[in-house]
Design a protein around this ligand. Structure first.
Ligand code: F6R
Length: 263
């Protein structure tokens, strides 16, 4: 795991955009894994800014897979807080990526029992995810794999914790309006992506960051499973990095990183 302490959310956005653009330049038909939430928004805006300025690569041939989706929203295809609508609004529309290039778990009630395996099959058919954006919950969740999730889990339905519903209430009127269920890629699914790009910003993430990066690998902190993946980049602002014991060492490693190596 490469932990990269950076100076600000803006610096993180630039580095994350560099990573994604490099993947798409190298492989125009790249498969991008997309997260929602507040954390990736500066990076998404930076990608759109560069695209609109004619500086980015063409996204005409990419395929996207969303990490997760709420279950139980009215009219999930168009509900403004559905993750399908959020990803279109916050990223893919701005990059000229068509809706048919973007996949998400299917939350329609009749097909829920098979939604997980169908989504896994779609990801496999696309050849797997090349670069996966990730955020982290204040309780250490990864995608919506809440504490206690199997480290080998696959895409399936999960129940959100009261903490996550409270954290996400800012997107809705109140915690009661946040759906209690979601479809989420499993931890085993996420581990199959070739490059994992986790971003954490703000002091509310400091404990979760210290736990997943420097604590034991345990289902009690689902993001700690990333310690088992061979290519993880963790981009942190100073507040999110504040609880790390090896912070000085991570800074030293990044400052001395050979230019040819990249992230
Ligand atoms: C979103 C997702 C979640 C968020 C996490 C952090 O697709 O899977 O794991 O990444 O809840 O959310 P923010 O970024 O809003 O703090």
């Amino acid at each position: 795991m490469e932990v990269v302490p950076l100076g600000s959310a803006a610096e993180i956005a630039a580095v994350a955009a560099d990573v994604v653009e490099a993947v798409v330049r190298r492989k125009p038909a790249a498969v991008l894994g997309l997260a929602t939430g507040s954390t990736p928004l500066p990076a998404y805006r930076e990608l759109i800014r560069r695209h609109e300025a004619g500086l980015g690569p063409s996204y005409a041939a990419v395929t996207c897979f969303n990490l997760d989706e709420y279950v139980g929203l009215p009219e999930p295809e168009i509900h403004e807080q559905s993750y399908r609508a959020t990803i279109a609004r916050e990223l893919t529309d701005g990059l000229g990526i068509r809706p048919d290039q973007v996949n998400g778990p299917d939350p329609s009630p009749d097909s829920l029992p098979t939604a997980g395996e169908r989504y896994e099959a779609l990801i496999a058919r696309a050849g797997g995810v090349d670069v996966q954006f990730l955020g982290i919950g204040s309780d250490g969740h990864l995608a919506f794999n809440e504490p206690g999730s199997s480290l080998a889990s696959r895409t399936r339905i999960k129940t959100l914790t009261a903490q996550t519903r409270k954290d996400n209430a800012r997107f809705f009127g109140s915690p009661d309006e946040v759906p209690s269920h979601v479809l989420t890629q499993g931890l085993g699914t996420i581990l199959e992506a070739r490059h994992l790009l986790l971003i954490a910003t703000g002091e509310g993430k400091a404990d979760a960051v210290a736990a997943f990066a420097e604590g034991p690998v345990t289902a009690s902190c689902p993001a700690s499973v990333l310690q088992l993946h061979p290519h993880v980049t963790v981009l942190l602002d100073p507040a999110a990095a504040a609880g790390l014991n090896r912070l000085a060492y991570y800074r030293e490693v990044y400052a001395a990183k050979p230019a040819w190596q990249g992230l």
